[in-house]
Design a binder for this molecule. Structure first.
Ligand code: GDP
Length: 455
């Protein structure tokens, strides 16, 4: 296999950059470009050791001072010999170090190729590799924690247990079906039923948690709605933590839908601040209002804002009725508590979640965070819940579940055991595909194509 090389840090100016080399010739490539200040030879460096020295081009010109770290097979990320050069984090210098490594015999790594090699060398399961990708894209505590658990192999273990149960039953079934004349104990159908039922329940739980997990991981699609001037933009800024929307005193200034990402406790909200939902004659604003209503229909959470320093009017009631008809998760925010005391009575029939805040001063932000966290974190869901990382894994689990359902139906309707065997076998295959133990090359390539170069 070739020796690959890539810049593993972002190509931007920073403190340090890391150029990673992996493969049989990794140490040789490093020795040709990196010269330790001490008299030691790069070839003699044991695994897990570093050397301070300089990177030189082929004419001996110094490119940069750097630190070389050597990992020896199999104790490295990829399982191969790995050399990492940490140089100064300038774009030009980083590229130059990469160039000399390529000139010394390494070839450019493809996206995700280091992690792919780790998978092919048995350092990671496919689900663990997918977790690496999740760690890179995690935007909130829950997402990061669930990726960390998956990297540790939690999902792999969970799926393997279900699959091992299926395989064990398959063994009994196959022996019974293939050697009916031998003295093999008869398959206990009620035991088989119970064990298939258990596999079914475990997969169903994983699939249920997936939906909550995806919301938590990808961010909750949230709309802040309310008539003009109630404080939507101010609330959005409060949630984002800095001034993003333009806040003015003129009613109707937030015309377009602005989308931002806010971290709220362990959750991530993808928030749009919409044009005020109200009847208007202004053409531009009308478009905004229509857009806002469409967004309300699609989103997962509505934060409806009201100005409690003014009495609720027809526009407020119209918004409440409209939202009520959508049957979504709604938090009613009674804003401007610094100006007046909040009277909840008019709002109570529309939502169980009513929070009084002052978006301007920030008072009430914590209560709002708490309520939203509770709304979106199911009781049996916590940061330690095992979830699928993506649709690929989910589809495999769904297919396996479908086969188990078929097997159960076949058993209950008294079909022959060979029919049941075929279905259980298929279910196990889908789970082998999920963990990557029997994934086709196309599936494996697809998984790693989503990675960045250098990972
Ligand atoms: P939007 O049109 O709903 O986006 O409302 P804005 O966020 O632009 O706010 C309208 C006006 O209300 C601005 O002058 C804000 O400074 C003011 N405002 C917003 N929140 C509060 C609050 O909690 N207390 C007070 N006193 N004023 C607020």
């Amino acid at each position: 296999m070739s020796t690959i090389c890539a810049i593993s840090t972002p190509l931007a100016v920073g403190g340090i950059s890391v150029i990673r080399i992996s493969g049989e010739r990794a140490v040789d490539v490093a020795a040709r470009v990196f010269f330790p200040f001490s008299s030691r030879s790069v070839y003699d460096m044991p695994g897990y050791t570093c050397a301070y020295g300089e990177v030189r081009d082929k004419d001996g010109g110094v490119i940069d001072d750097a630190v070389l770290t050597v990992f020896r097979t199999p104790k490295s990320y990829t399982g191969e010999d790995v050399a990492e050069i940490s140089c100064h984090g300038g774009i030009f210098v980083t590229r130059k170090v990469l160039r000399v490594c390529l000139d010394a015999g390494a070839v450019p790594a493809l996206p995700g190729e280091f992690t792919k090699r780790a998978f092919l060398n048995g350092k990671l399961s496919l689900t663990q590799a997918e977790a690496v990708s999740d760690t890179l894209s995690a935007e909130g505590d829950h997402a990061l924690r669930s990726a960390a658990l998956m990297r540790k192999g939690r999902l792999f273990k969970s799926i393997s247990e279900v699959r091992d149960t299926l395989v064990k039953r398959l063994g009994e079934l196959a022996a019974w079906v293939d050697y009916p004349d031998e003295d093999i104990p008869e398959v206990d159908e009620s035991e088989l039923l119970a064990s298939l039922d258990e596999c079914k329940a475990r997969l169903e739980k994983l699939l249920r948690d997936f939906d909550s997990g995806m919301l938590i991981k990808n961010g909750i699609d949230t709309v802040i709605a309310g008539k003009p001037n109630v404080g939507k933009s101010t609330l959005m800024n409060l949630l984002l933590g800095f001034d993003r929307s333009i806040v003015t005193d003129i009613a109707g200034t937030t015309r377009d839908v602005i989308e931002e990402t806010a971290r709220l406790g362990a959750l991530t909200l993808k928030i749009s601040d919409t044009a005020g939902i109200h009847s208007t004659d202004d053409r531009v604003e009308k478009m905004g209002v229509r857009l806002a209503r469409e967004r309300l229909k699609e989103c997962a959470l509505i934060i409806a804002v009201f100005d409690i320093s003014e009495p609720a009017d027809d526009e407020d009631r119209e918004l409440l009725e409209f939202i009520n008809g959508l049957h979504k998760k709604v938090v009613i925010v009674l804003n401007k508590t610094d100006k007046a005391a909040a009277d909840r009575t008019a709002f109570e029939k529309y939502s169980d979640h009513i929070i009084a805040i002052s978006a301007a001063s920030g008072e009430g932000r914590e209560q709002l965070t708490e309520v939203i966290e509770k709304m979106f974190t199911p009781q049996d869901y916590n940061a330690d819940t095992t979830i699928f990382a993506n649709d690929r894994q989910k589809l495999c689990a769904e297919s396996a579940l479908g086969c188990i359902d078929d097997a159960l139906a076949a058993l209950k309707s008294g079909l022959t055991l060979d029919a049941v065997t075929v279905m259980v076998d298929r279910a196990a295959e889908h789970l082998f595909e999920l963990t990557g133990e029997k994934a086709s090359e196309a599936v494996v390539n697809e998984v790693f194509a989503k990675f960045c170069v250098g990972k």
